[in-house]
Design a protein around this ligand. Structure first.
Ligand code: 5GP
Length: 194
């Protein structure tokens, strides 16, 4: 079992509706040393792919992205949730349905911060149905950038996002993959990864 799986078992709570609550170290209070361990793990995994930017989505992806970006020595760009659907010509945008909030956000990245030469490592806290990743991929590719890899902290392997995104040929590395979880018992089962 790796450091993140251990921490999830110790402090994670399974809520009804397939939500894993990890607000004690990731989604509300942040354990910065744990972020650095995750950043280093993504660096080991993607060190050879020529990353020039780390791309994430606000809010919870930002902390992990910063730790990863420090290892790569590149900037973080985070997609912002825009209140207006009238977003203008100076941004790349995509619609992202929120798994946890049940609404749809327009997310934007300024055209100043992504370019055709960029090789982007996309990082996020959770992968569920893949909506957040789809939005980030759309934005990166609209800029003409290449998605060089995708690093996820917690993938819920019983939801469809991971299979869909890998099926499109993207290299997705998830530090913990939850294959099953039960809100009534609190049990969490991780996928064995090589
Ligand atoms: P997706 O877009 O893949 O359906 O869901 C991923 C996004 O929803 C992540 O950015 C994350 O913020 C949120 N999310 C999805 N499932 C969970 C979960 O079980 N727990 C938490 N804390 N966030 C989740």
């Amino acid at each position: 079992m790796n450091f993140l799986e251990e921490r999830i078992l110790r402090e994670g709570r399974v809520l009804p509706g397939n939500v894993l609550k990890v607000d004690g170290f990731l989604n509300h209070q942040i354990d910065v040393a744990l972020m650095d361990q995750m950043g280093a793990a993504f660096y080991r995994r993607f060190a050879g792919v020529g990353v020039t930017k780390v791309l994430t989505i606000e809010a919870s992806g930002i902390a992990i992205a910063c730790s990863a970006a420090r290892c790569f020595g590149v900037p973080v760009v985070f997609a912002k949730k825009s209140k207006s659907s009238n977003v203008g010509a100076d941004v790349y945008s995509a619609e992202v349905a929120s798994f946890t909030h049940g609404n749809v956000n327009q997310v934007i990245v300024s055209k100043r911060f992504l370019s055709p030469g960029d090789r982007v490592l996309i990082v996020d806290d959770f992968l569920a149905n893949g909506c957040a990743l789809n939005g980030l991929i759309t934005i990166a590719e609209a800029a003409g950038a290449t998605v060089a890899g995708i690093g996820i902290a917690v993938e819920k392997g019983f939801q469809e996002g991971g299979a869909l995104i890998r099926g499109r040929g993207y290299d997705v590395a998830s530090l913990a993959i939850v294959d099953a979880m039960d809100a009534s018992t609190g049990a969490i089962t991780f996928r064995q990864q090589g």
